[in-house]
Design a protein around this ligand. Structure first.
Ligand code: PLP
Length: 392
């Protein structure tokens, strides 16, 4: 059974079970249950990482540990929220267009890049269509595809946790409408190189929408990595997605953007819920760009901290893949829950992604010592976590 068939089989089993339940579980006895889409009933609502207990470090959402700079706080405080925001995010779109050397129509601002991802998937794929991505990758992808009514095709990562782009290209069918390339990949931190990306784009049909999800691009220090900025305009089927949530520290305000061909962006705009990018979010993003140098210095601190933690856990024997993002991937497999208990006991709250492992964000400087003490204890108590692929 292919993975795809297996997934369908599981979905059918799950929905059959739900179907039975629907006949019996009703809001009030004697009335039938409200009819809902079975694939939605089978989808778990988004569950946020547990709030970190006091004294613990919340390293579960790849957030920026630095508090907002004063200019951002001032921009937010200055807004009169009795008015609706500028629906076109004009000032921010203009600023981004300037930076990327594109027209304003080639920029689309959304309330976080997750909502923009949803818009592109809805614009391109519906029932019977396929959306292709690597797995494990960003945990939001499967749900967005399901909500659009389309089918996920997940291509397993290579043993070293990188995208298997050749297998992804080979999996494209005439039903494939979107391919998502996530670099650095969440949760493994692995990059796609410029060379690999060029080969992928050459291998897939020109009418297939490719979304390059670059939520962590600002943390990349490897010159071999693909950068959306360099490939924009080269491919009429490519859209680059970025966010202010991670490097720029605006996760709580929800603002991200897409750069790509105007016709494709117009389709996303057509699916968007109007006025969802708030004025404080637009103003804060502009303030962040005004003070970009200061913010990128913080990003450099986090990238250096990431490399230090990476070297330290490798020295402990962990087969952690080299990360170019602001997190590290601990492929704890069958030991995931036991390993997580040890991390929690040390005050380290990571993101458990069953059944494969735990993603731990690079946070405050003070969190590093606790993280390394925890990872050392995991190795000591659960030596099985050290078995893994050979990594560079
Ligand atoms: C965090 C993240 C995003 C962006 O999230 P928003 O806060 O909605 O902008 C997008 N893609 C990936 C892979 C992420 O990890």
């Amino acid at each position: 059974m292919t993975f795809h068939n297996y997934a369908l089989h599981l979905l059918c089993r799950a929905t059959k079970g739900l179907g039975n339940r629907l006949e019996t579980v009703t809001d009030s006895p004697g009335t039938p249950a409200v009819r809902l889409r079975p694939e939605i009933l089978a989808t778990a609502p988004y569950r946020q990482g547990k709030p970190a207990p006091a004294e613990a470090y919340k390293l579960s959402s790849n957030e920026n540990p630095f508090p907002p700079i004063p200019a951002v706080v001032e921009a937010i405080a200055a807004m009169s929220v009795n008015r609706y925001p500028d629906a076109a995010a004009t000032l921010l779109s203009e600023r981004l267009a300037e930076r990327f050397g594109v027209s304003r129509g080639e920029v689309h601002v959304g309330s976080g890049s997750v909502s923009i991802l949803a818009q592109f998937i809805q614009a391109a794929a519906g029932p019977g269509d396929e959306v292709l991505y690597s797995w494990r990758s960003f945990e939001a992808y499967p749900g967005l595809v399901t909500v659009a009514g389309a089918t996920s095709i997940r291509i397993p990562n290579l043993p070293d946790h990188r995208h298997d782009l050749a297998a992804m290209a080979a999996a494209v069918t005439d039903r494939t409408r979107v391919a998502i390339v996530c670099t650095p990949n969440n949760p493994t931190g692995s990059i796609v190189t410029a060379e690999e990306f060029a080969a992928f784009m050459a291998a897939v049909p020109g009418d297939l929408l490719v979304l390059l999800d670059e939520a962590y691009v600002e943390f990349v220090t490897d010159p071999a990595a693909v950068n959306g900025r360099d490939v924009l305009g080269r491919y009429p089927n490519l859209v680059v997605l970025r966010t202010f949530s991670k490097a720029y520290g605006l996760a709580g305000l929800r603002v991200g953007y897409a750069i790509g061909p105007e016709r494709i962006l117009d389709a996303a705009r057509a699916t968007a819920i109007p006025l969802s990018v708030t004025e404080p979010a637009q103003r804060a993003a502009l303030a962040a760009l005004d003070h970009e140098e200061e913010l990128l210095e913080r990003v450099a601190v986090l990238a250096a901290r990431r490399d230090d933690v990476f070297e330290a856990v490798r020295a402990q024997g962990w087969p952690v893949p080299r990360s170019q993002a602001n997190f590290l991937w601990f492929a704890t497999g069958a030991d995931t829950e036991a390993a997580n208990d040890i991390f929690l006991a040390h005050g380290i709250v990571g993101r458990v992604l069953l059944p494969e492992g735990i993603r731990i964000s690079i946070g405050e400087a003070e969190s590093v010592e606790k993280l390394l003490a925890a990872s050392a204890e995991v190795v000591e108590k659960l030596p099985g976590v050290l078995t893994g692929p050979t990594l560079d």
